[in-house]
Design a protein around this ligand. Structure first.
Ligand SMILES: [Zn+2]
Length: 342
């Protein structure tokens, strides 16, 4: 993994940033995981940070999407009760705040979170929202919104349940809905009715697409599932028809450079299409995906863009403004955010 210099990291930390694609479940650092597990009497496969690290964070030995996903087997042990979910949510927002993220869209999958301890969805939602309330009081200048994830491996009935859940909490800052999981075996069209209904109900829609499957999955996500943003979408690079569609419809790609390499969405660091997207004026935003699992911060991703991809510093302000445009917020809130980046 290319390592940006500590001076560059510090410099990037000072810039106000926006993260639109971050998973609550993949955001914790190994030391925090250990601390929370001990506090809540959860046994993990290791009891020191060093030994736990390879179970919850990508290492040099991990090279595939499956290696990446495997980390979530251990992370699932954490979601034992409402209290720990509250603490996790607070911690994740705090870490973003400390990295100078001024607007965060945090996404989570209740079906995944309930998978190990069989916690009910209501307790999961309440845990997340209580952690959020606590963070709001502590960091009043930071804004956070939430996106509920429909798991691709789940049934249509369960997907419908997620939509209902999102709608029932929409006045508590649940603003959107996403589709995530095994893209290879579960293309977006399987869920098109659910997402069309979400669009009719004015929920914002983003869909993970063009990460494991090709550009046609992105087209389906936009045209059939009404996605206004695409999680990753890196596999559209070079497909001029889909690139034109994305540009014309102003659909924003949520690009997550380190994750894209770690999951194999792009084969090598050099092959990441970030510079191509900028040159072709494809609407993009820069995000972290799973900062804990990837062992990164948003400042790290920005530093990578400057130091490794040699993107000019002036471009950083355009990333901020594009992210404001792409945010799942009403115009009045967007105006406030615009003023933050002077
Ligand atoms: Zn993601």
């Amino acid at each position: 993994m290319p390592k940006p210099s500590s001076e560059r990291l510090e410099e990037m930390k000072k810039i106000p940033k926006i993260d639109l694609h971050r998973h609550l479940e993949g955001s914790l650092l190994p030391e925090t995981i250990l601390h929370l597990a001990q506090k809540h009497h959860i046994s993990l496969p290791a009891d020191s940070t060093a030994e736990l690290r390879p179970f919850v964070q990508v290492t040099e030995q991990d090279q595939t999407l499956l290696d990446f996903i495997k980390k979530f087997d251990v992370l699932a042990l954490l979601f034992k009760n409402k209290k720990i979910i509250q603490e996790i949510t607070y911690q994740v927002i705090q870490e973003a705040f400390e990295d100078h993220v001024c607007y965060l869209e945090l996404r989570f999958a209740p079906t995944y979170m309930s998978g190990y301890w069989h916690l009910n969805y209501h307790d999961i939602m309440e845990g997340v929202l209580e952690g959020y309330e606590q963070a709001k009081k502590e960091f009043p200048k930071m804004m956070t919104r939430f996106i509920l994830i429909v798991n691709r491996e789940s049934t249509l009935k369960s997907a419908e349940e997620m939509l209902k859940l999102a709608l029932s909490y929409r006045n508590q800052d649940i603003v959107g809905i996403d589709l995530a999981g095994d893209e290879q075996n579960y293309p977006p069209e399987l869920f098109q009715e659910i997402f069309q209904e979400a669009a009719r109900s004015s929920l914002f829609i983003t869909i993970h697409a063009g990460e494991a499957r090709g550009a046609e999955a992105v087209q389906t996500a936009v045209e059939k599932c009404k996605a206004v943003r695409i999680g990753h979408g890196v596999r559209i690079a070079g497909n001029s028809k889909i690139e034109t569609l994305i540009r014309d419809k102003e659909v924003y790609l949520e690009v997550c450079p380190t994750s894209n390499v770690q999951t194999g969405a792009v084969q090598t660091w050099e092959e990441h299409p970030i510079r191509h997207f900028i040159a072709e004026k494809i609407p993009i935003t820069i995000n972290t995906d799973d900062p804990g699992v990837s062992g990164i911060t948003l400042s790290h991703e920005y530093a990578l863009l400057l130091d490794f991809y040699k993107i000019p510093k002036e471009t950083l302000s355009s990333f901020y403004h594009q992210a404001v445009n792409a945010a799942f917020l009403p115009q009045t809130e967007k105006e406030k955010l615009k003023k933050r980046f002077a």
